[in-house]
Design a protein around this ligand. Structure first.
Ligand SMILES: NC(=O)c1ccc[n+]([C@@H]2O[C@H](COP(=O)([O-])OP(=O)(O)OC[C@H]3O[C@@H](n4cnc5c(N)ncnc54)[C@H](O)[C@@H]3O)[C@@H](O)[C@H]2O)c1
Length: 329
């Protein structure tokens, strides 16, 4: 369940000597991606302003000569000389982005612009978009050609509309300047290195920490809303496949699991797997919270020969063990 699960899927020489920038590289997905690409021999530059992440996520990579950390804000940074740019810098936690809407919109607009301008000299850009571009989707499982049902001025709009703008900007650079862009629409991913102590944690780290502390698990709304969770090694595997597969040039691809789960069932599962005595409590529903979320992944199957391999139960067990170790210092 570690980075080996990713690295073992790719041939040793694929990335040797290739220069790769990962923005948001100290974050959850970014740090796994940096680790896998570093082990695969790429010259990895991890750029992050550490606004939501912990430097511990990448400390262990500093021993590699082909790994470098750049502390910077991508909205004010102009990359140069990269073969690949993975743009992952963003604020993806709802509690976080609703509190800091401007900080959420800038990396997906100005920050992405800086990446795309640099790519006019020949880099491949992989943009990490989100299932949130579909808003409260009316078609489940949702295919890439569904246009979305999004409130453009609602509290979530700083995230979903900036990602929609980001996708449009990618396609504009692809059409006007021929920049090689690839867009991954990621559905909820989870695993070790999600911040265990964040006050603005996403649902899985929040539930796990509450369960491990035997505190009530707090559900926004009635818990009947659904999400589809993908273990991090599966997600990162798909992202690397998108980097090396020219069949996804100028394409948008859903990356997620088709195992749709009700949030209340997720809470019960985490209580069972942690052996916790926690109860479940219901709090006010979040504004514009999508009722259901589940991807159609036919396109990823066809173009990337990819589908998730780790079951929710196995992924959660591994994640819980990691969180337990964090809690025990
Ligand atoms: N994890 C998921 O479930 C998920 C789902 C859909 C989309 N995504 C997307 O994938 C990407 C990575 O998400 P994650 O889960 O790893 O989130 P994360 O919060 O762990 O990582 C994002 C990183 O970006 C950094 N960052 C934020 N603003 C920045 C800026 N202006 N300049 C430089 N760095 C900045 C943060 O410090 C953080 O390290 C994001 O773009 C997110 O929108 C993630």
């Amino acid at each position: 369940m570690s980075v080996e699960l990713i690295v073992s899927q790719f041939s040793g020489d694929l990335f040797r000597g290739r220069r790769i920038l990962v923005t948001g590289g100290a974050g959850f997905l970014g740090s796994w991606l940096c680790e896998a690409l570093t082990i695969l021999g790429a010259n990895v530059s991890c750029l992050d302003n550490l606004s939501t992440s912990r430097v511990e996520n990448i400390m262990h990579l500093k021993k590699y000569g082909n790994f470098k950390f750049i502390k910077a804000d991508i909205s004010e940074y102009h990359p140069e000389g990269f073969d690949f740019i993975v743009h992952g810098a963003s604020l993806p936690s709802p509690d976080d982005y609703m509190r800091r809407p401007v900080d959420t919109m800038l990396p997906n607009s100005l920050g992405l612009l800086n990446c795309l301008e640099a790519a006019r000299k020949g880099s491949i850009v992989l943009y990490t978009s989100t299932s949130e571009v579909y808003g409260d989707a009316e078609i489940i499982p949702t295919p890439e050609d569904y246009w979305g049902k999004v409130n453009p001025i609602g509290l979530r709009s700083c995230y979903d509309e900036s990602k929609r703008f980001g996708e449009a900007l990618c396609m504009a650079y692809y059409r006007q300047y021929g920049v090689d862009v690839r867009v991954a629409r990621i559905f909820n991913s989870y695993g070790p290195r999600l911040d265990p102590e964040s006050r603005y944690a996403r649902v899985i780290p929040r539930f796990i920490m509450q369960a491990l502390r035997n505190e009530p698990l707090t559900i926004h709304g009635d818990g009947m809303q659904t999400r589809s969770f993908t273990y991090v090694t599966d997600t990162v595997n798909a992202l690397i496949k998108m980097l090396i597969n020219d069949g996804v040039r100028g394409e948008v691809v859903n990356i997620g699991s088709q195992n749709e789960v009700k949030i209340i069932d997720l809470a019960k599962m985490i209580i069972r797997l942690t052996g916790s005595s926690s109860k479940i409590v219901f709090t006010e529903a979040r504004p514009d919270d999508p009722r259901r979320r589940c991807p159609d992944i036919s396109k990823a199957r066809k173009l990337l020969n990819w589908e998730p391999k780790i079951s929710l139960e196995d992924g959660l067990k591994y994640t819980i063990e990691w969180f337990r170790r964090q809690l025990n210092g």
